[in-house]
Design a protein around this ligand. Sequence first.
Ligand SMILES: *Cc1c(COP(=O)(O)O)cnc(C)c1O
Length: 332
Amino acid sequence: MSEIVDLRSDTLTKPTAAMRSAMEAADVGDDVYGEDPTVRLLEERVADLFGHQAALFTPTGSMANVLAVRTVVGVGQEVLCESRAHIARAELGAHAAYTGLTMRTWTTPDGSIDLPAIKALFAPDMGPFFVPTAAIAVENTHNFAGGSVIPIEDLRALKDFTVSAGAAVHIDGARIWNAHVATGTSLADYGRTSDVMAVCLSKGLGAPIGSLVVGSQDAIDESRIWRKRMGGGMRQVGILAAAGLHALDHHIERLSQDHANAALLADAIGATSATNIVVADVPDAVAIVAAAREEGVWVSAVGPTTVRAVTHLDVDAAAVRRAADVLARLLD
Ligand SMILES: *Cc1c(COP(=O)(O)O)cnc(C)c1O
């Protein structure tokens, strides 16, 4: 059998030799004491990229989302998000379990912002009657909606609304880098449309670990305390921050190759793709995943009738072409 083409997720990338060298060479210290120079460098750099005051390194994107959202949503308050948002579907209820918040959702085919729906859902604080809306969360790019990009104009309109309504915007930017490369919109422009963000180094950017909370100095000071409280205070973690810095230097612009590969795959199976994720509607997702796996093409079922394939650093165009042939045949 030919080599396996693993398109289950862009989390599957392994650190490159150059990334490992950067990790080996990293200056380290105890980051709980604030003494790891490489972590500090990464946090300052990422805060600057998004035009926010500060950032905080976390082991996972889920932890970054929980920390970020809890800076703007309190116990018994709600966050509004799209119904397939990662915070609603894929964090195992962490926001309810740790923060004690509730969620209500709007639904759009492509995961986009539906401002009229948000305005209709929005609940101002009226005292002891209704759950007040404290924040709107937007996922950019949107994972389960097929890596769709949220247009900057929509983000700006949402920000304007929340400023007047007295709520905050959280951006789950696990793949904000893909949105940036696909549109040319600067990371700082995305940053300006948010109060707080979570961004991942371990997806398309190819680092083995790491995400960051990005926001105001107050939000980050508070998140630092909660990160420790949740058991996420790490020590000589500069070896991981070095992987992140390497990824920022070398793995952002190349995301365009992943997007081209995803477009090639989408084209072959009659689907569409905005960035590095292709989702296809099929009669039986589990059956397709099993049949593809028999032929060395690994994809995932993210719903009973939804198959997802994700392109990344560790699959080249030739491998994606082979996967496209197999999937096109199976879906025919
Ligand atoms: C992967 C992902 C996260 C974070 O996931 P972890 O596995 O906890 O790092 C957050 N949001 C989105 C949209 C994601 O795709």
